[in-house]
Design a protein around this ligand. Sequence first.
Ligand SMILES: [Fe+2]
Length: 264
Amino acid sequence: MAPDSFAEGRGGSRVHRQPDSAGQVERARMALVACPVAAIGTEARHDLQDARRAFPEPIEEDVYFCGWASPRSYGAASYLIRRPAGNVLVDSPRFARPLVERLEALGGVSLMVLSHIDDVADHEAFAAHFGCARIIHRADAQGTLAGAERLIDGNAPVSLADDLTLIPVPGHTAGSVCLLYRNHFLFTGDHLAWDTDRRRLEAWRDYCWFDWTAQTASMRRLLDQHFEWVLPGHGDAVSLPAATMRAALGDCVRRMEEPARRAG
Ligand SMILES: [Fe+2]
């Protein structure tokens, strides 16, 4: 969000230098709005009006980062796809009035795709307000998700539209799914993310709640897909040329398979 000003520290993010340029100040204000727990302090009372209206923030073409992360989604990132056939909200931000008004201005929400049970936050409020259908894998459709309008089953990719494919990737949770948009953007939930420090794609064994072997197999199946963006719930997003992305994913799969090979 604002790497010039904030850095990951032990126990959370910390300010590692005061923002100075106008651009850095604006990015820092946007980080205030995106932060799920309002944990960032300010010495002066900044006018956050512009920052509050800055979300959803364009990433590339018709894909936006929503900001307004919710502690009920563990601070996960959520995304908006703006498309003529109907806008798609990928995972749930906070149901915050400034964001809802911006989503209305951008055409509302027709479909809410939920990558897995962890990142659903205010899904009921968004569904009620926008009248959008919610879609989630049946294996993760617990609690309030039992009322989702559409459940998918099994491991085979599901075509939602010409430009949208849902790809089950069991592992992090039993019902984790990735959403592939236009064979270009892959929304990965907590299945896969970019590690900026190591400059490589990563899956997190320590945060695998369901089955690491299943997650490894799911990751290998992603090698069949073509995409140039990884847009995760947690961790960093990355854009790479398709061939480079595929090589990075192959490297991730090999690292995931390594311990099993040694044990075997
Ligand atoms: Fe998760």
